[in-house]
Design a protein around this ligand. Structure first.
Ligand code: GLU
Length: 443
């Protein structure tokens, strides 16, 4: 049974970077008929906010990334402390009293001497009496996990075989001096107890995984499989700019990005299969394979996403947009015909609103001086209502015969006269939806 989890820290809104991780975890679980857990990593009381957790949930719902189980780390502190006790009992957790300033000095000295800035384990040398004295002077210490100083190996589903030399890592702090229990331990306890089989997360966690593999084993569990997805970069290959890096899902929703497009885009960006339009999830899930992803940094281009979103929107069936169009004020009965006419022409769903009101209220005709007589003549030939999808064709054919105009010179002035726009939906489909056409005397 496959179990994946998406584990955002509710210290901000979801953005394109962490969204990719969410999509990969969700797809992997769905592909393998597994369980997808939403885990709110809120061990940091100062930076975590309920408002962010709520928004993360809304964002995932908007994207249709449904979860089967939800967990909150702040509900599980007793589990983490139990695990810490176990590690302490096994001699894998030790108390260290250095202040941040002292640690900083040590690091600088090591760097100056050309040595890697790895914590020197001075705390291991402290006698019981020295610890008591330090505790009296400074309060509780931080608790560090005693790494085995050996190489950790794991097969990353994206990055291939990994070797992390734990001797080059500092023993990670699992509990801070102020008592705060840290993610590094909490995540391992959760992944082990919740039966997580695949940890899919950003490549910034690779080294972390080396230490966590040892913590899993120290707690008597086998580590899950890892897949570290590459980080997103700007189109020029540089780190994702501040603007894009913090581009929240809300911002993307506001610029009209379709949720289906967002998910399909993230499912293919940086993978060996091309980004394609998907209007439903089944085929997207079917085609998903985490091993299609590469380890090189992946370019993210919001313009390209917007284009992909427009393509997706145009391909969406009525059923996929009906509720939203009704929400924008369209009567349910009108939706199918309206969508068939207008949908294939939109970049963003909300642009449907102006076409809808144009259909209801009529447009101010735009007639160029040189087209004045032509449009006046054509207006007299508009077939009587009711209009259907053949009306435009019959009308323009008759106008063509009467005036000798053809091609763009025929169609463009008539489009502008009817809609007041230079471009827009297929006129044959649009014309029957136009409730008022001023040049036909329908003021
Ligand atoms: N809360 C962590 C983060 O957002 C989760 C990392 C993980 O998936 O283990 O980076």
């Amino acid at each position: 049974m496959t179990v994946t989890r998406f584990a955002p820290s509710p210290t901000g809104y979801l953005h394109v970077g962490n969204l990719r991780t969410a999509v990969l975890n969700w797809l992997l679980a769905r592909k393998l008929d597994g369980t997808f857990i939403l885990r709110i990593d809120d061990t940091d009381p100062e930076r975590s906010r309920q408002e962010y957790a709520d928004q993360i949930r809304r964002d995932l719902e908007w994207l249709g990334l449904t979860w089967d189980r939800e967990e909150r780390q702040s509900d599980r502190f007793d589990r983490y402390h139990a695990a810490a006790d176990e590690l302490r009992a096994d001699g894998r957790l030790y108390e260290a009293f250095e202040t941040p300033l002292e640690l900083d000095l040590k690091r600088k000295k090591q760097l100056n001497a050309g040595r890697p800035p790895v914590y020197d384990r001075a705390a291991l040398e402290l006698s019981a009496a020295q610890k008591t004295a330090l505790r009296a002077e400074r309060g509780d210490g931080a608790w560090r996990f005693l790494l085995d100083r050996e190489a950790v190996h794991f097969d990353d589903l994206i990055r291939g075989p990994q070797r992390i030399d734990a001797a080059s890592l500092s023993d990670p702090v699992l509990i801070r001096a102020d008592g705060q229990l840290l993610y590094t331990l909490a995540s391992v306890v959760d992944d082990a107890e919740m039966g997580v089989t695949h940890v899919v997360r950003g490549a910034d966690h690779v080294t972390n995984s080396g230490a966590q593999v040892q913590i899993f084993r120290a707690l008597g569990s086998e580590p899950p499989m890892f897949a570290h997805n590459s980080l997103l970069t700007d189109v020029d290959g540089g780190a994702l700019s501040k603007r894009l890096g913090t581009l929240a899902l809300n911002d993307l929703r506001e610029i009209g990005i379709e949720p289906e497009a967002m998910v399909a885009y993230m499912a293919r960006l940086g993978a060996s299969l091309p980004v394609e339009v998907f209007t439903e999830r089944g085929p997207l899930i079917e085609s998903f394979d985490i091993e299609h992803f590469g380890m090189s940094p992946t370019k993210f281009d919001v313009e390209d996403l917007a284009l992909h979103s427009a393509k997706t929107l145009r391909a969406l069936p009525t059923a996929a947009v009906q509720d939203r169009l009704i929400g924008l004020g369209m009567p349910v009965d009108s939706v199918p015909e309206f969508w068939a006419a207008v949908g294939p022409n939109l970049d963003r769903l909300t642009d449907a609103v102006s076409w809808w009101s144009l259909c209801q209220e009529g447009a101010n005709p735009i007639v160029a001086d040189e087209d004045g007589d032509f449009v006046a003549q054509a207006a007299l030939m508009i077939p009587p209502r009711p209009w259907d999808k053949n009306t435009w064709i019959a009308w323009t054919a008759a106008v063509k015969d009467a005036t000798g105009r053809k091609g763009r010179g025929l169609f463009q002035p008539l489009r502008r006269a009817l809609t007041g726009m230079d471009r827009g939906p297929d006129m044959a489909l649009l014309m029957p939806l136009l409730k008022r056409v001023r040049i036909a005397g329908e003021a």
